[in-house]
Design a protein around this ligand. Structure first.
Ligand code: HSE
Length: 414
C-alpha cells in the first residue's frame, strides 16, 4: 500500500479525495498498489467530513512521515505551496499539482530539484483541467517540432463569452454564474484579466520548447473590455470572440506568444468550443493539427487529472518520468509590439466620410463591417496584417483627429 497526502481541501482538493475514495478499487488495479490517503492538510476545520481523522493543520506531519511517498499539492498560489513542494521533493517524495501559478513561475526550479532527488513533479491538471495535454505534448507528440499551440485555456472566460454571445447576458451575471459553478479562481481577476490563461500558455510553451517561458514575458489582455457590440461585429464578420492563448515558433527561433481576445472565424475548430470547455490545438511538424477538447475547469475534471498523476507516481516510485525544462530568459520571446496581425477596429466619429478616408490612409486592406442597430456615429472595420507598434501609432493618429477608438481586437488565423 502506498501512502499519499493531499495538501488543500478546496474545490480541487476535495475532488481528489472523492475520486481516490470512490474509485479506490479500479485505481488500485491500474496503479498495481492500493493507495491510501494518510493526511489531508488544511488550515480550516472540517468536523463533518467522513475523513475528519485524516485532517492535519501541520505540514510537518506530512514532511516528516517517511511512509508518505506521493503528495498532491492542490492549495493554489505560490506561497506557501512553493516552500512545501520544494521540501517534499527534497525529502524524496513525488509531488503532483494542479497549481498552474506555481508551475508557470517556478517550474524550472522545481523540475530541477525533482530530477536531482530522483522523484517526480507532475502537473497534468495545471492546464486544461480534465483534458490530457501535458502527457500528449511531452510523450505522445514527442517526435514533433511544435510549430504552434493555440487554445481556449480558461473555462470561466469561455463560459462568460458564451453567455454574452448566445444569451446576451451581461458580463457580471455570467461571471457570478461561473463562480457559483466552481469554475472561477479565488480572485476573479486571474480569470477575466487573462492571468490564468497566461500561466497555462507559459507552461505549454515551456514544455514544448524546453526553456522556461515566464508569465511576465507573455503579452496578456483579458476580456473585461469586450462589449456586446464587439460580439455583434464578430458575428457579422462571420465569427466569434474567444480568449486565446497562443504560441508560435518564428523563423528566427524566437516565440510569438500572447493571451488576448481574438476574432475567430466560424470555420475554425476553436469557434465551437463553448461554455466551460477548453480546446487546445497543437500544430506539430509531423502530425499536423491535433485538437484536444474537454472540460477545462471544475472539481471532478481537474481532480481526475490530479489522481491520474498520483497513479503515475505510484507506478514510477523507483523511476523518473522525463518531464523537464531549463531556465529561460527574455531573449526567447519576440516583443509583442514587433509582432503583426490583422485587426478589427470600432470607432466613434461625427464625420464618417472623413473618418473613412483617414482609416484607409492609416490601415492596410480595410473593409467596413456593419451590425444591426448601430448608432449613427459608429464605424467599424477590419484591416490586414499590421505590426502592433504601427497599429498603436495609427490609433493615436485617429484619436488626435477627434476619432475615438472604442475597440481594437486581433483577428486570428486559426
Ligand atoms: N479558473 C480556471 C478556469 C480553473 O476557469 O479555467 C481551471 O484552471
Amino acid at each position: 500500500m502506498v501512502q499519499v497526502a493531499v495538501m488543500g481541501h478546496g474545490v480541487v482538493g476535495s475532488g481528489v479525495v472523492e475520486v481516490l475514495m470512490d474509485h479506490c478499487e479500479s485505481i488500485a488495479r491500474r496503479a498495481k498498489e492500493e493507495i491510501n490517503i494518510k493526511y489531508i492538510l488544511d488550515i480550516r476545520d472540517f468536523p463533518d467530513s467522513p475523513y475528519a481523522d485524516k485532517f492535519t493543520k501541520s505540514f510537518d506531519d506530512i514532511l516528516n512521515d517517511d511512509e508518505v511517498r506521493v503528495v498532491a499539492e492542490v492549495m493554489g498560489g505560490v506561497n506557501p505551496a512553493f516552500e512545501f513542494t520544494k521540501k517534499c521533493l527534497l525529502a524524496g517524495k513525488s509531488v503532483v499539482t494542479s497549481n498552474k501559478e506555481l508551475v508557470a513561475t517556478k517550474g524550472a526550479e522545481l523540475l530541477e530539484i525533482a530530477k536531482n532527488n530522483n522523484v517526480n513533479y507532475l502537473f497534468e491538471a495545471s492546464v486544461g483541467g480534465g483534458i490530457p495535454i501535458i502527457r500528449p505534448i511531452s510523450q505522445c507528440l514527442a517526435a514533433n517540432e511544435f510549430v504552434e499551440i493555440a487554445g481556449i485555456l480558461n473555462g470561466t472566460t469561455n463560459f462568460i463569452l458564451t453567455k454574452m454571445i448566445k444569451d446576451h447576458m451581461s458580463f457580471e451575471d455570467a461571471l457570478r454564474m461561473a463562480q457559483e459553478l466552481g469554475y472561477a479562481e479565488r480572485k476573479p481577476e486571474a480569470d477575466v484579466e487573462g492571468f490564468d490563461a497566461c500561466r497555462k500558455i507559459a507552461i505549454l510553451a515551456s514544455l514544448s520548447y524546453g526553456k522556461h517561458i515566464y508569465p511576465d514575458l507573455v503579452h496578456t489582455q483579458g476580456i473585461t473590455k469586450i462589449t456586446l457590440d464587439d460580439v455583434a461585429y464578430a458575428s457579422s464578420w462571420g465569427g466569434v470572440i474567444k480568449l486565446i492563448g497562443q504560441v508560435k515558433r518564428l523563423d528566427d527561433g524566437r516565440l510569438d506568444i500572447s493571451v488576448e481576445p481574438m476574432f475567430i472565424d466560424n470555420s475554425s475548430q476553436l469557434a465551437g468550443v463553448d461554455d466551460v470547455f477548453n480546446g487546445i490545438l497543437v500544430r506539430g511538424d509531423a502530425t499536423g493539427d491535433v485538437v484536444f477538447y474537454g472540460k477545462g475547469a471544475g472539481k471532478l475534471p481537474t481532480a481526475s487529472a490530479v489522481v491520474a498523476d498520483i497513479i503515475d507516481c505510484v507506478k514510477h516510485l523507483k523511476a523518473r518520468k522525463y518531464l523537464f525544462w531549463a531556465n529561460g530568459d527574455s531573449s526567447l520571446v519576440k516583443p509583442y509590439e514587433e509582432t503583426s496581425y490583422p485587426v478589427f477596429v470600432c470607432v466613434e466619429t461625427d464625420d464618417k466620410k472623413e473618418a473613412e478616408k483617414k482609416i484607409v490612409s492609416l490601415f492596410p486592406d480595410t473593409r467596413i463591417i456593419a451590425r444591426a442597430d448601430a448608432p449613427e456615429n459608429e464605424l467599424a472595420f477590419v484591416a490586414g496584417n499590421m505590426i502592433v507598434a504601427d497599429q498603436e501609432k495609427a490609433v493615436e493618429e485617429l484619436e488626435n483627429s477627434g476619432i475615438k477608438v472604442r475597440s481594437r481586437i486581433r483577428i486570428s488565423d486559426l
